[in-house]
Design a protein around this ligand. Structure first.
Ligand SMILES: Nc1nc2c(c(=O)[nH]1)N[C@H]1C(S)=C(S)[C@@H](COP(=O)(O)O)O[C@H]1N2
Ligand SMILES: [Mo]
Length: 536
């Protein structure tokens, strides 16, 4: 490399020939800055791929930008690319995005050396574009922004560091030539290490993402067995059909998600097993093939989170397919002094479920299916628990791998060591969905509608109050079962002005929903949902 460098291009005194090392300043003054830019981007993009592999598979910046380009391309361009490259079209696109990134980072390097902060600005602008591309993809979550943020920050910081450290100063006098050579060695060391770290990180990230993609693909290929006991058909009258009301069955991609997993566990179902251990006469271990071969039952159950505020949306209703936990426990034969099942997920999270709730006749299941498909990865693939009537934090263990029979006075589950109650029956509650809070409403007849739930007890009545008036009885949709939420509606002759609408439910045992406001901690919020509407 040194042999291609000549001193004559630089202004200033011409070095004298002699035994000193060749002059360190480059023949092509853009070469070192361009290299610095590429090295910075390699480190940034490589670490981004590693971040993607760890936390957000398929959300790497190169792939995200590629996907954005596909979305924005006109049909004729897509057709042209496919006719030219066939099934290699995606690979060609990724290579093109990679080459463009290399070119752009070289330009950014040159600009950062010459006109700082222009290089940084380029890194930030394109980094932001990648963030945008990553978070606007279908089903993206906030964590999908992380790889692109890493790429942006690392690239911008390194480009700045390289430019400040290694900017070519006025040509050194002869006496400084040795210093210049050291400078060049340091430059090569810094950029070489950055590029090397970037390449290693990229390889690691790709390996991790390949594992995640394999789990995705295996899930997509899985066909669930037909239920031995299908869910009771959903009565036609179970929906009140009011626009804006939450759908009776929550689609999987709209189902709330709550867990502590920074990285969704991606379990190879063929390696999955569930152990039933602890206070049992007969320890059991079951694998996925054995589980699917058992007579599976379908049931519709509304899941709710203890952190759901009054009127909140951390609640969803799905038809689940699974095997009754009571049947598995019957095979394991719990000892008579066991009163709790501590379920554990693959990533070490735990829930404490009263043994009674798993052995009585409710549909407590080891679920493998959700609304007709294999469990989505983020909802617990391949197997999770669903227990009607209990908040998720004490029952709904996703990615479950162990059921340990024990006692409440011996073991404490994840959230119960963090200030939440050790038992969490779902509280009677109700919500107004229509009209939307704060939405303008025309005076005259207005349909007010929402949902009410008292899992495993059932809803008997729902009433609506306007301002501080009398309670009006709402019309209830038919129930699917006591374990699911129930839709309701009420017809209001709305007078002009600002009004407060309030709802309360009564459960099948006659318990009326309390108006006493309590926070979500330690065992679920209480109080009545109200909304203010402006009638014009
Ligand atoms: N492994 C695991 N399972 C878990 C959790 C968790 O953090 N880790 N959170 C629980 C909580 S608090 C709730 S409310 C439900 C939410 O289930 P969902 O994300 O499928 O809606 O999962 C439960 N199962
Ligand atoms: Mo929860």
């Amino acid at each position: 490399m040194a042999s291609r460098e000549a001193p004559s291009q630089q202004p200033g005194p011409t070095p004298q020939p002699g035994p000193t090392p060749p002059h360190p300043t480059p023949l092509r003054p853009w070469r070192r800055p361009a290299l610095a830019g590429v090295a910075a981007a390699l480190a940034g993009l490589g670490l981004a791929e590693l971040t993607a592999g760890l936390f957000a598979p398929n959300a790497g910046p190169i792939l995200a930008i590629g996907a954005l380009i596909i979305d924005l391309s006109p049909a004729w361009l897509k057709d042209l690319v496919i006719s030219l490259f066939g099934t290699a079209d995606k690979a060609v696109l990724i290579v093109c995005v990679g080459l463009a990134a290399a070119l752009l980072s070289a330009v950014a390097g040159v600009l950062e050396f010459r006109r700082p902060p222009a290089g940084r600005v380029i890194a930030i602008v394109f980094g932001s574009l990648a963030v945008f591309a990553a978070v606007t993809r279908a089903n993206a979550t906030a964590i999908d922004a992380l790889p692109s943020v890493v790429a942006m920050v690392v690239t911008a910081v390194l480009i700045t560091v390289f430019a400040t450290k290694f900017r070519v100063r006025p040509a050194p006098a002869e006496a400084d030539q040795a210093a210049g050579a050291i400078d060049r060695r340091r430059f090569l060391a810094w950029t070489g290490v950055s590029a090397g770290v970037g390449i290693l990180a990229a390889v690691g990230g790709q390996l991790l993402q390949a594992g995640a993609r394999a789990a995705d693909a295996a899930r997509a290929r899985l066909t669930l067995p037909a239920p031995a006991v299908p869910a009771a058909p959903i009565p036609a009258g179970a929906s009140v059909d009011v626009p804006g009301l939450a759908p009776l069955i929550t689609p999987n991609d709209a189902f709330y998600r709550i867990d502590t997993a920074l990285r969704v566990p991606r379990i190879d179902a063929s390696q999955w097993t569930l152990k039933v251990t602890g206070m049992v006469e007969n320890e059991i271990e079951i694998d996925f093939v054995e589980l699917l071969a058992l007579p599976l039952e379908e049931s519709t159950t509304t899941l709710a989170c203890v952190s759901n505020e009054v009127g909140g949306d951390l609640i969803g209703n799905a038809t689940w397919l699974g095997y009754p936990i009571r049947k598995l426990l019957a095979r394991a034969r719990p000892t008579s002094d066991a009163d709790m099942v501590l379920s554990r997920s693959q990533d070490g999270w735990t829930a404490s479920t009263p043994l009674d709730a798993l052995t009585d006749d409710r549909n407590a299941i080891l679920a493998v299916g959700m609304n007709g498909v294999a469990l989505p990865l983020e909802h617990g693939y391949p197997v999770r628990m669903v227990v009607p009537g209990l908040y998720g934090y004490v029952s709904a263990t996703k990615w479950v791998v162990e059921l340990k029979l024990t006692r409440f006075d011996r073991e404490v589950a994840y959230w119960s060591t963090r200030g939440w109650s050790e038992r969490g029956p779902i509280k009677l509650s109700s919500r107004i969905d229509v009209p939307r809070a704060g939405a303008p409403v025309a005076s005259g007849p207005v349909t007010v509608a929402g949902v009410a739930w008292a899992q495993h007890t059932g809803i008997r009545a729902v009433e609506v109050q306007v301002d501080d008036g009398d309670w009006n009885t709402a019309t209830l949709a038919d129930a699917i079962s006591a374990d699911t939420w129930r839709q309701w509606k009420w017809s209001w002759d709305a007078p002009a002005g600002e009004h407060t609408l309030r709802v309360r439910a009564t459960d099948a045992d006659g318990l009326v929903q309390t108006s006493a406001r309590r926070a979500v901690a330690p065992d679920g919020a209480t109080g009545l949902h109200d909304i203010t509407v402006r009638v014009g």
